[in-house]
Design a protein around this ligand. Structure first.
Ligand code: AMP
Length: 116
């Protein structure tokens, strides 16, 4: 655990979150500032800064993050109409929290992939 990492502190139970799914290795919780009717953040419990670092260090765990995202998408009723799964990575993507996380968006048409 990184003591100054917001998402590590959520994993540790030090900061409250609305958890929608937990496995031995992953956690999914509602984003505090949702950008869509469904907006869930999926993380590995272990700290990695971003998806590239995670995928290189532990591809199995990266797959577990994706598997948890897929189960949450099903639980949230998103499989029929579709959803978006997004990993902001680094400065150009506007990553704010440097504990790798997938954003799961759904529940309404999501518009173009990138704002112009
Ligand atoms: P990113 O810009 O990809 O790093 O996304 C970070 C996300 O974390 C943003 O969508 C925030 O709204 C979200 N966030 C920040 N603090 C919390 C929190 N305490 N609980 C849930 N989501 C949070």
């Amino acid at each position: 655990m990184e003591t100054d990492c917001l998402f590590c502190r959520i994993v540790a139970g030090e900061i409250p979150a609305t958890i929608v799914r937990e496995t031995d290795t992953t956690l999914a919780f509602r984003d505090i500032a949702p950008k869509a009717p469904v907006h869930v953040v999926i993380i590995p419990k272990e700290h990695y800064a971003d998806v590239a670092t995670l995928a290189q260090a532990d591809p199995r765990l990266a797959g577990e993050v994706l598997a948890t995202a897929a189960v949450v998408a099903e639980d949230e009723g998103l499989l029929g109409d579709g959803f978006r799964l997004m990993f902001n990575t680094g400065a150009y993507a506007g990553q704010e929290v440097f504990h790798v996380h997938a954003h799961l968006f759904g529940g309404a048409p999501l518009g173009p992939m990138l704002a112009r």
